[in-house]
Design a protein around this ligand. Structure first.
Ligand SMILES: *Cc1c(COP(=O)(O)O)cnc(C)c1O
Length: 375
């Protein structure tokens, strides 16, 4: 087989004329900030994941940050898994919490409930549980012995049935290479009305949306009984600025319509890799979203295979280098991570995204077989 000319990326977003048209309509509407598109997206997203309340924000990172502030986690302990993206371990530090990084379990690389139990401290205030690669984390097991706040990180599980319904709040990501991308964006969902009402003004310096003031709904102002735009507002609580805008929501709404089709493509690629490569690598557990197809290969082959595929214009990745390995954490963390330290050296993420065609996945399969037949 000849080496292809263009690189096959490991992850990439796929949009088209629908996103462009939706964006053009929003640009022409004259309302670019937080407005009707964000409201529509929040409503439809909440319905999709079966949550009572949804707040659209600029990223999952911003969402987790707001939650830690809303639950007064400062100076307390926050448990999070080592097999995750930097957000879940760094945002606690950003909030002056101790970032209590725990090990994973071998079968699906999700947070290990037993290690959570062992790592609990008297001041453990919250646990961030990541649905790794879209596979549900064992939150029910953790609930058996922990009654503090659980944040379900759903950055990989948009949408896995049941995701977002097991913690006290869930945080989603629409970052460029997630399953429902818009560039950058996130969502907090919860069934807790009080928490929702606390979080909402935190997304904009304690102010309520200007759009709600043009429509005279939810206004804090006494002038709101007048028709038209009401300029007045009163800030009662502290906040930051991290709400989603209509330009982004316009893309999210179109990506949400395409989500079932895009997930179907991802699952087909997953199935095809599983069937054709199971003699060469250890396939991952089944994922509904296949946020990343992370297989395991013998340690001695991992880096060689990555280089070999790269020569064939196939980009791969590793999800993840365990977070405790980063210098920022190694000072405090001299404990052992017996599973993560061994398993991550076997991990390789193969290309899997909706922009791939049959030829692309055939191409990956061909070169992986070729590598193992010669090594
Ligand atoms: C991508 C990701 C995040 C961060 O999402 P952003 O929207 O980029 O802030 C958080 N947690 C996990 C597990 C992720 O993969």
């Amino acid at each position: 087989m000849e080496i292809r000319e263009d690189v096959l990326p490991v992850l990439r977003p796929l949009g088209g004329k629908e996103e462009i048209e939706s964006l053009a309509n929003t640009i022409n509407s004259g309302w670019w900030g937080k407005g009707p598109k964000v409201s529509e997206f929040e409503k439809k997203f909440a319905e999709m994941v079966g949550a009572k309340y949804a707040i659209a924000v600029t990223s999952n990172t911003a969402g987790i940050d707001l939650l830690l502030k809303a639950i007064n986690a400062e100076n307390k302990d926050v448990i999070n898994p080592t097999m995750s993206f930097m957000t879940t371990a760094v945002v606690p530090l950003w909030n002056n919490c101790s970032s209590n990084i725990v090990d994973i379990r071998k079968k699906d690389l999700n947070i290990c409930p037993e290690d959570v139990r062992k790592s609990l401290k008297p001041n453990t205030h919250a646990i961030i549980a990541v649905n790794y690669s879209g596979i549900l984390a064992p939150i029910e097991e953790i609930r058996n012995f922990f009654d503090g706040f659980i944040i379900e990180d759903c950055a990989h599980s948009c949408y896995t049935k049941g995701a977002g319904s097991r913690g006290d709040a869930a945080v989603w990501s629409f970052q460029a290479v997630k399953t429902m991308p818009c560039g950058d964006g996130g969502m907090i969902t919860t069934n807790d009305k009080q928490l929702y009402e606390k979080l909402l003004p935190m997304t904009w310096l304690g102010i309520t949306s200007t759009y709600s003031r043009t429509t005279n709904k939810n206004s804090l102002s006494n002038l709101s009984s007048r028709p038209g735009y009401s300029w007045d507002y009163d800030v009662k609580t502290l906040g930051y600025k991290c709400y989603m805008v209509d330009l982004t929501a316009a893309i999210c709404l179109e990506q949400m319509k395409k989500l079932p089709k895009h997930l179907e493509i991802r699952r087909k690629i997953q199935q095809k890799y599983n069937t054709n490569l199971c003699d060469y690598l250890e396939p991952p557990e089944h994922s509904e979203t296949v946020q990343h197809y992370s297989a395991r290969v013998p340690i001695k082959h991992r880096d060689k295979l990555i280089d070999y595929l790269s020569e064939k214009k196939i980009h791969t990745s590793v999800h993840y280098k365990p977070l405790h390995k980063h210098s920022i954490f190694s000072k405090e963390n001299n404990r052992e991570y017996s599973i993560a330290d061994k398993e991550w050296l076997k991990l390789i993420t193969l290309p899997c995204h909706p922009a791939m065609n049959e030829g692309d996945s055939d191409y990956v399969i061909h070169w992986i077989k070729e590598y193992f037949n010669n090594n």
